[in-house]
Design a protein around this ligand. Structure first.
Ligand code: SF4
Ligand code: SF4
Length: 395
């Protein structure tokens, strides 16, 4: 199948020009989806942090408002915004952006993700222990709205990377640390999110991008376009080329795994204009926190769950050993023994054990972090205004 990637130029974030550009990039997607009349739509914008006016770490506020309006005008019965920002809450970021009142008038609700579960995953995934936000199951479609930014680990963050926001906040640092020494593993985990969540609508805000020290502290880089596609990976492949980073690790891994879709560009295709890349990845962690590698490794043992064996259930068949990608398991006296420093926490062993003898075991510090996260969320009232749920979903 060949996906269409639609481009539209937008010289700024003024309402009129933006709306015209959004209509161009969504026209094809809406037609392919059979319209959204009467449907419930969830917007998942990148709301990393809002620390100053016009903070380019987030999707621009006008893009969020105009996208909500566009879907309401197209007949959606409900539009809600859900996200789990790293530090602030989704409603508090929308308030700081100054768009909460406008969204309220439009009856667009906002909330943090709170309902985390292990969702059914397709066969091709490599990581089997992802606890993901499940609110999207109560909607008919998701609109994945990313900001084009450079990223210390992944070089660029576009639509697929934006799905990392579905991972439970208290586990995100853990995932960075679990696979942070091997960026290829991190890219594979992002591809697993893409395979599992597969949002129907995807939009990239590349009017003002971030270049250099992204994804939180880079500098603005005007590129003046929006891009959209029904497939997040197709959009990323196309946009990465326009932004001068066609050699993304994410795309290379996708190609190796046979996931890279075919696509063709349509609309007002922007000139190829490379973004200034981030400093070479090394000790820069997500959110701009600088950690020496030894500290990363120590922290990893505190914030990443570990596979644990129930020796009574294990029958010593050795399947887990054969399924472990980095060979971090070996049979000793008929029972698997974990080489935890080399374990990437993919949980293929747990997935394949026929006796249910391997389980992820949360560390004490993870449990404390979860309790703290819940306490902070309830303190700031982010459980309010949750969208209605229904069983099953189409996402
Ligand atoms: S797959 Fe399960 S039962 Fe077989 S050796 Fe591993 S832990 Fe034991
Ligand atoms: S032991 Fe191997 S299969 Fe199990 S979680 Fe670790 S790396 Fe994955």
């Amino acid at each position: 199948m060949k996906y269409h990637v639609y481009y539209a130029k937008s010289p700024d974030y003024e309402t009129g020009t933006l709306r015209t550009a959004l209509e161009k990039v969504f026209q094809d997607q809406l037609q392919n989806a059979g319209g959204v009349s009467g449907k419930r739509i969830m917007l998942k914008p990148n709301l990393l942090a809002w620390r100053r006016k016009e903070d380019i770490a987030c999707v621009h506020p006008a893009v969020i408002v105009e996208t909500a309006k566009l879907f309401l005008d197209a007949g959606a019965s409900k539009v809600a915004i859900l996200e789990n920002p790293a530090v602030q809450t989704a409603p508090s970021i929308l308030h700081a952006m100054g768009i909460d009142e406008e969204l309220k008038k439009l009856q667009v609700s906002s909330a943090n993700f709170t309902d985390y579960r292990r969702l059914p995953v397709p066969e091709q995934v490599r990581f089997h222990n992802l606890e993901l936000a499940a609110e999207h199951l109560g909607f008919d479609a998701v609109v994945n709205i990313a900001k084009a930014k450079t990223h210390a680990m992944m070089t660029l963050t576009l639509c697929v990377k934006n799905l990392f926001g579905f991972v439970k906040g208290s586990e995100r640092m853990g995932w960075h640390l679990a696979v942070g020494r091997n960026f290829s593993e991190f890219a594979d985990m992002l591809l697993d999110l893409y395979l599992t969540l597969h949002p129907q609508f995807n939009l990239l805000d590349a009017v003002v991008c971030m270049e250099g020290n992204g994804p939180g502290s880079g500098t603005p880089a005007f590129r003046g376009f929006l891009a959209g596609s029904p497939d997040a990976l197709a959009l990323d492949a196309s946009a990465a080329e326009r932004l001068g980073v066609p050699d993304l690790l994410l795309l290379r891994n996708a190609a190796e795994r046979g996931l890279l879709p075919e696509y063709e560009n349509h609309g007002e295709i922007p000139d190829l204009l490379p973004l200034k890349r981030p400093d070479p990845p090394g000790i820069l962690a997500e959110w701009g926190v600088t950690l020496p590698p030894f500290l990363k490794n120590v922290m990893r043992d505190f914030v990443v769950s570990k596979p644990k064996l129930d020796a009574d259930l294990c029958v010593g068949c050795g399947l887990c050993v054969r399924m472990c990608p980095p060979h971090s398991l070996k049979l000793v006296n008929g029972k698997p023994v974990f080489d935890l420093p080399n374990c990437i926490r993919c949980y293929c062993c747990q997935e394949h054990c026929p006796k249910g003898a391997i389980r992820p075991c949360k560390t004490v510090s993870m449990k404390i972090a979860e309790s703290l996260e819940d306490a902070i969320r309830s303190l700031f009232g982010t459980h309010a205004d949750q969208p209605p749920k229904k069983n099953g979903g189409t996402v």
